[in-house]
Design a protein around this ligand. Sequence first.
Ligand code: HEC
Length: 188
Amino acid sequence: MKTPRFALAALVALPLVAAAPPSPEALASQARGLAGNLMLSLQGELFAAMKEGGPVKALDVCRVRAPEIAVATAAGTPWKIARTAFKVRNPSNAADAWETAKLEEFRKRLAAGEEMPALETYEVVESEGRATFRYMKAIGTASPCLACHGAALKPDVAAKVKELYPEDQAVGFATGQLRGAFTLSRPL
Ligand code: HEC
């Protein structure tokens, strides 16, 4: 399914005033930049922790740092930024109805031959009575991810995951599969 286009015609018809909201494309570009920053920070800390103490130590780092890094990435901006997936490790990352629909769309687009980095989508939705811009970008599975999200975790890693995340669902992935998505939103 194609990303819906917005009421561009309506925007053009309005007089150009200073308070005009940024275009959907401009908002998507902001979101893309933040998602990129979050990915770099997360991977930086993750790989440093893996190098220092292996996946068991890195699990602790992930649990504490992943949400903190997301908050720090959005600090000083009107954005909320997080990660989600069909199968989550942390239940607080579970997808809502909009996110589930978009993950499904990513899955279809991937099956139809689109490349993982091209999988993004955005839309203006009504949330708690106000217009909200929502953006999602797919996260693929790469080989370093398999230590903690693959089909055969080492016993010590599997035990630590179970201890920290008794309801973990985020295992069994293979390289190249859709692991999840960055999900961003801001009120308009
Ligand atoms: C050292 C183990 C480890 C490695 C390696 C790892 N992750 Fe994770 N991953 C975690 C943990 C722990 C969480 C839960 C973080 C939290 O509590 O928010 C998580 C959560 C996630 C989430 C959020 C959705 C969910 O399941 O809660 C995504 C998306 C994700 N990881 C993708 C990846 C990708 C992509 C890679 C490879 C680049 C990767 N992970 C490598 C441990 C790991």
